[in-house]
Ligand binder design. Structure first.
Ligand SMILES: C[S@@+](CC[C@H](N)C(=O)[O-])C[C@H]1O[C@@H](n2cnc3c(N)ncnc32)[C@H](O)[C@@H]1O
Length: 454
């Protein structure tokens, strides 16, 4: 069979959708070819752009025949922007792909066949859902400051002042802020020369409260008109509760630096999940889709069950959102988190909600969990780890102890599947409930319920 050559244009039938959202075709020599902006069933013309040992990448040139579920992406910059991967697929099909992806990973990686996989809990609105946007900035051809998102696979900025997955208030604040900033002679940070002042605009909104917070991330403090700009923005945008400057002088892709300066208004907004109130500051972690976060936490609550005497651990608790949401349904929650500022936010939010039965423990799950299990009789543990999943020490701890119920929330079904494989000798996977917090992107949250085997 002929080998692929870089630059050649070929016709491919898309067979599958990879976890990252690319369509997958097979070349004549059997090699997998990844083509973004395609979906299963598509017949496409594509140009080979990169060839690796076992797979290749190609760029879509033309859709000859459309697969079932193909739709016209509503965003005018969708083909370039790296923010969304699935706008060319209708939402029903997107949900099917996401569910199927989880099934395949659990079957293939965890080697588990016998479990209940529920339909994905879909978002009521698959656009306008994000409560937080982080916009990198650049100068356009007219020397105006503009904002957008990085292009697929690069750090070039695709300007976008009306991102369709953002809450509309975020887009309005962005446009007014750019208009104000452009009245002053301000420079924009350049990643190559490391020169220039303005790095990012971060906008957070409370979907339930319509309050907003703007953070201007700057390279240093040389920002003379900052208070005037901040006061003007608060005057022009009634929903804007505060403007914060964050200083980041490091040569890094990490958006925030360590120092926050309040320029005008307040440095926090309020948001609700159900009846639990949360104060959110510039750098606090909070789920980006408030409405779907409620479904995620309701799933965890349902899996915990209605035993009011349950003693539960919320491991990797962030700002304690799950622990606080569950507090009135159980007797005791231990929340474990390694980030000091998140634990501080969590304690403040417990006070705000008059919650007294949650202990917030600052430290690593791998260190704190053995101590908690040793000193208390724990019924259930909820894990919500970062993308890399659970560490070996925690897996061993679970295998050596008898925890009645484990609820494993994951934003990376591949590492979740790996961990379920390790846990299966002692814990049975009963059910998985996927929850779509990130429509139009390949991301998905997957909640697994495991019970101790007899
Ligand atoms: C996915 S977030 C949790 C989100 C939270 N459950 C919520 O719904 O808002 C994962 C959290 O784990 C924390 N973390 C990462 N590694 C950790 C470790 N080894 N021990 C404790 N916390 C850790 C991170 O700081 C982050 O807050």
């Amino acid at each position: 069979m002929p080998n692929l050559k870089k630059g050649e244009i070929k016709t491919f039938r898309i067979e599958d959708l990879a976890h990252g959202g690319d369509g997958v075709a097979r070349a004549e020599n059997g090699m997998a070819v990844f083509i973004s902006l395609t979906l299963p069933g598509d017949l496409v013309k594509a140009k080979i752009t990169k060839i690796k040992k076992d797979y290749a990448f190609a760029r879509l040139i033309e859709v000859i025949e459309a697969g079932a579920g193909r739709t016209k992406a509503p965003c005018p910059v969708y083909n370039e922007c790296g923010g969304c991967q699935l706008q060319h697929i209708n939402y029903q099909k997107e949900l099917e792909f996401k569910q199927n992806n989880i099934k395949q990973l659990i079957n293939r990686i965890a080697e588990i066949e016998d479990f209940k996989l529920n339909d994905v809990l879909a978002a009521a609105d698959d656009f306008r859902y994000r409560n937080k946007a982080q916009f990198p900035l650049k100068m356009d051809e007219d020397e105006q400051i503009t904002a957008g998102f990085y292009k697929r696979g690069s750090h070039d900025i695709v300007p976008n002042h009306n991102c369709l997955i953002q809450h509309p208030l975020i887009n309005r604040i962005l446009r007014i802020t750019l208009e104000e900033l452009n009245k002053f002679q301000l420079s924009v940070y350049d990643e190559n020369s490391l020169q220039g002042l303005l790095r990012h605009l971060v906008i957070r909104v409370g979907s339930c409260t319509n309050q907003a917070l703007l953070v201007m991330v700057t390279n240093g403090d040389d920002f003379i008109d900052k208070n005037l700009i901040a006061r003007t923005l608060i005057r022009k945008i009634p929903e804007l509760k505060g403007v914060v400057q964050n200083i980041n002088t490091q040569n890094t892709n990490v958006i925030f630096g360590k120092e926050d300066i309040l320029l005008a208004g307040e440095n926090k907004i309020t948001e609700y999940i159900g009846s639990t109130a949360y104060l959110i500051s510039a750098r606090s972690f909070f789920q980006v889709n408030t409405m779907q976060a409620k479904k995620l936490y309701d799933t965890a609550a349902e899996y915990i069950g209605d035993d009011n005497s349950a003693r539960v651990v919320d491991a990797f608790s962030g700002t304690g959102s799950i622990a606080l949401y569950l507090a009135d349904k159980v007797e005791k929650v231990y929340a474990v988190e390694s980030l000091k500022s998140a634990v501080k936010d969590a304690r403040a939010n417990a006070k705000l909600n008059n919650i007294n039965n949650v202990d917030f423990e600052l430290g690593l799950v791998e260190d704190k969990l053995p101590e908690i299990i040793e000193r208390d009789q724990i019924d259930s543990i909820i894990f919500d780890p970062p993308r890399k999943g659970l560490d070996e020490k925690t897996i061993q701890l679970l295998l050596e102890n008898e925890i009645k119920k484990i609820i494993y929330i994951s934003c990376n079904p591949a590492t979740q599947a790996r961990d379920l494989k390790s846990l299966k000798e002692k814990y049975r996977l009963l059910e998985i409930q996927p929850v779509d917090l990130f429509p139009q992107t390949y991301h998905i949250e997957s909640v697994a319920l495991l019970e101790l085997k007899n």
